[in-house]
Design a protein around this ligand. Structure first.
Ligand SMILES: NC(=O)c1ccc[n+]([C@@H]2O[C@H](COP(=O)([O-])OP(=O)(O)OC[C@H]3O[C@@H](n4cnc5c(N)ncnc54)[C@H](OP(=O)(O)O)[C@@H]3O)[C@@H](O)[C@H]2O)c1
Length: 221
């Protein structure tokens, strides 16, 4: 599966849409910046965490159940580092739980003795049964909204008050082309990500002037 990204909305470029199909060659442009990547034990979050680390950032690898895979991501980052101290740590936190999200940010600040600069909110789930809306259980609907939408809200809320202001602060949320494609079988998922898109655009406006940009990465699948 190939992913192309569309990036919408930021404080200084609100509402614009541009397409990127390749990444710049790595340089240490994020040296000493601290990044939390939610849901980075595997999948797209993992790839983002490894890339940010390659650019010099210190990484918190967040996960909710898969500690072995999270440790593997952290050890891949740490083994490629020449520094004495760890460049990556893992932290188990369910993004739908406010106290756990707070602990995630606390642990990042404490582990690296620095304010946090970057939040990438990649944790997300869909219903792999791809049910129609009438066949979607209330439990599955609630689970998808609690991780995708409530989780994004809680992480943004925490990041807005704790990310470094005055430059270098970045909040990145993930959405899906399904929001535009409106494919049957994705009702709850598409609705949960549409809410994330709206929230991203509003937060970008609310943080205008703070030096924290807010962007949405819309992935095509
Ligand atoms: N894959 C695609 O084609 C595609 C397309 C469009 C958009 N996206 C979006 O991109 C993001 C990543 O997708 P993916 O396919 O890479 O996902 P994935 O491979 O299924 O990985 C999901 C990640 O989220 C974590 N996670 C799940 N529930 C969590 C929770 N309650 N709290 C914290 N972490 C949690 C998982 O941790 P554990 O390992 O501990 O379970 C895992 O690290 C999602 O937001 C998704 O909606 C993906």
């Amino acid at each position: 599966m190939q992913h192309f990204s569309h990036i919408y909305s930021s404080n200084n470029d609100c509402g614009s849409r541009r397409t990127t199909t390749s990444l710049q060659p790595p340089s240490l442009t994020l040296h000493d910046r601290v990044a939390i990547v939610t849901g980075s034990s595997r999948g797209i979050g993992r790839a983002i965490a490894l890339h940010l680390a390659q650019l010099g950032a210190k990484i918190v690898v967040n996960y909710t159940s898969n500690s072995a895979q999270a440790e593997q991501v952290a050890s891949e980052i740490n083994s490629s580092s020449h520094e004495n101290s760890a460049r990556a740590i893992t932290f188990k936190a369910d993004v739908s739980d406010a106290d756990q999200v707070k602990s995630l940010f606390d642990s990042a600040e404490q582990a690296f003795g620095s304010p946090i600069h970057i939040l990438v909110n990649s944790a997300g789930v869909l219903d792999s049964k791809y049910p129609t809306i009438p066949n979607t259980s209330v439990e599955d609907f609630d689970r998808i909204f609690s991780i995708n939408t409530r989780g994004a809200f809680l992480c943004c809320k925490e990041a807005s008050s704790r990310l470094k202001r005055g430059g270098g602060g970045r909040i990145i949320l993930l959405s899906s082309s399904i929001v535009g494609a409106l494919k049957p079988g994705f009702g709850a998922y598409a609705a949960s990500k549409a809410a994330v898109e709206a929230m991203t655009k509003i937060l970008a406006k609310e943080l205008k002037g703070s030096g924290i940009t807010v962007n949405l990465l819309c992935l095509f699948s």
